[in-house]
Design a binder for this molecule. Sequence first.
Ligand code: PGA
Length: 895
Amino acid sequence: MPQARPPITQNPDIRYLGRLLGDVIRIYGGERLFKQTEYIRAASVDRARGVAPAEGVDTGLDALTLDDTLAFVRGFMLFSMLANLAEDRQGVAAEPGADVASAVAKLGKDGIKPADIVKLLEKALVVPVLTAHPTEVRRKSMIDHRNVISELMALRDTGAVETAQGEPIDEAISRQIALLWQTRPLRRERLFVRDEIDNALSYFRDIFMPVLPGLYARWDRVVGQRIPGFLKLGTWIGGDRDGNPFVQADQLRLALNRASGSTLRFYMEALHELGAQLSISSELAAVPASVKDLAAASGDDAPSRRDEPYRRAISGIYARVAANYEALTGQAAPRAARLKGKPYGSAAELRSDLATLGRGLAMEGNGVLSSGGGLGRLIRAVELFGFHLATLDMRQNSAIHERVVAELLKVAGVEPDYLALDEEARVTLLRRELANNRPLGSRFAQYSEETATEMAIVEAAAEAHRMYGPASITHYLISKAESVSDMLEVNILLKEAGLWKAAENGDPPIAPIMAVPLFETIADLENAPGVMADYFGLPEIGAVVRARGHQEVMIGYSDSNKDGGYLTSTWGLYEASLALAPVFEQAGVAMQLFHGRGGAVGRGGGSSFQAIQAQPPGTVQGRIRITEQGEVIAAKYGTPESARINLEAVTSAALLASLEPERLPASDNERFTAAMTKISTLAFKAYRDLVYETPGFREFFREMTPIQEISGLKIGSRPASRTKSNRIEDLRAIPWVFSWAQARVMLPGWYGVGQALKEFGDDALLRDMAQGWPFFRASMANMEMVLAKSDLEIASHYLPLVEDKTVGDAIFKRIREGWDLAHDMLLTATEQPYLLATNPTLDASIRLRLPYIEPLNLLQVELLKRHRAGEGDPRISEGIQLSINAIATALRNSG
Ligand code: PGA
């Protein structure tokens, strides 16, 4: 007996904000626009509820002029933004058990003690890495207004009726919505790398730096002792130049310079506050000699502070940090130091002075003054952020490294045609070069622009190490890596800047920046364990990695998905991780996986908490890095509170994944793994058949989705594609996923899975897997969300955009059948009567939102038709861009 879906209840905040938005539209857009919007909204809600027939009704859209259309789309976009905000406030983002206290308690039940946790953390590294992947469609100004509304709503929750400035809260919120209404949502200008640097910096400066030390203090209390600084920050912005010719040495310098400036300003501010606080008089407190020495060395001899050793010491520390600031940024400190100080040689020296003060405070009073508090937080901050704030990764494509190394070898007269060599010959040659410290490059040679640019970047990295310390850059990622030579080539480039030093007197080579392969096609993932085993097998590499203690491998979710489809990609990543673990164990090196995932499920999106826990046993062991990109950054880290929730989630998941005993019995593991291998092969075939083997599919995709128009959105500094080809293989994964989402097909999140599960034919086993296996459960949960957001009825409106109707109909029919199968098989496996039956919160969120997306899709199709028919009115392309923006906002992730 099919179970009826429960009616959905509207979140009261959404109703409240929706009403205020309606008022704003009426006041600023006029009564007519308000009525039209209301009409379209009501008609769409009725259709979604089944009250009105889907076909042949007046949607109200035809009555819109082009100007009205633009205003209407903006209105619906703002509604979605406000609805997202209201949901985030209701804690949709916080998953049960996704915090460190719960994880510690859960581990405690398995007999794992805080001491075991601390032991793990001593060797652990957990890093969210911010990237500039272009999927955030909203301008920063819009997000800022949104955040103000969020703060006002929080104030309203406390029962307050006025803001601190005495303004009625309702009015303040209305004003903010009116500002949103009058803020242009689309960017007119290209985005530059420096904009991306600034944007990321605002999160580091306003959210991460203030939030992290406090979170650590909370975790110290949970664990019962001070825990090591294992959770740190990373960034790609200014260092990721794969397919982005605008990232060069200057951008790398700028990113580091700006980050360092922010960090030191943060420290100066904190020191200033500490100076005000620590008014302790030596006449009233015991002060150890070490603090007195620091006070004496500061040179602060103001009579009013003669008996205040802490303040005097802090004046000295402040002066030294101000000197660092001046040396590193070339600017005067914002608040001039009263004293002259010598810059600290390293962040560790600064930390050591602060620790001296901490020990002084701890001498008396049971640590009341020393534990926690401003000084404790500052010490933690210095440990975590050094003088660099976040570790900046470098990234470039292996093909470019190959060309650059080939040119260097040729000009140096070592090898005339490196590119013609096979892998074995390449490895032999590169190893020979790595065995000595003689650089290949010459100051007097003329290199191609590409080589000169690449060499300048590694030079800038070496300079960064000298200025900000070696923690400022630690990883060099190699896109499309597939062989040992790909990694050796990067070591060769690093050597040119003194960042690889050959073995000497029995000591291993020194490589302060690690070459990290990014494996991102299904075949490369399969080969990854073999490649890593060969790499570790080279004596000089084995020595370097053992000396370092760990090695990273990055695995790419999006490209493997585009290559092999959803399930084959997730399974390929799982299997590769599992197969890599023994290779690392044998080499005596800790494995650190770096997960390159985006917000959309087709790019590895979904709950990080679930995803980390669903990693294969033995593959986390305290070390994990994860990309955070695009719209995900504002969603997860937009406010201090959401940042705390999400940092708690990654950290607790990493703890659980590392320490929880394996609960899956070996026999189940074997059954499930064998089943998944079969299913994955079937899914791969179904997916490749459609996407790569179907004649006309490429054209179908280019015509049915707004892929061409998406490239025109000014949401990132990098060009939309790496090459001019329009082969799907050559398309970047982001526009691929993004455009399927717009047309509501969302094929990368599910296609091929239904056929595979059906052909597999053992429903009972599928049910066992969905019940008992975190990997399969997480895969199904993510696919379920995508299925719930996709809508092939709406998608069918895009079909007339395909020129060849016969091909279009045939392909769409296959897509529709695939969707039906994915839907039915998902329900079979998860034993649910309808999608999201076991996740009513998400169900309500999506169902509430759907009626607002449909008119946007219908309008988008109309505008695309007119645009492609050659109508030149600029409002048409603006409308398309706005609709893309609005749909992405409403779907909550773009691509
Ligand atoms: P990339 O990223 O194209 O920069 O490798 C892919 C993605 O994140 O989807």
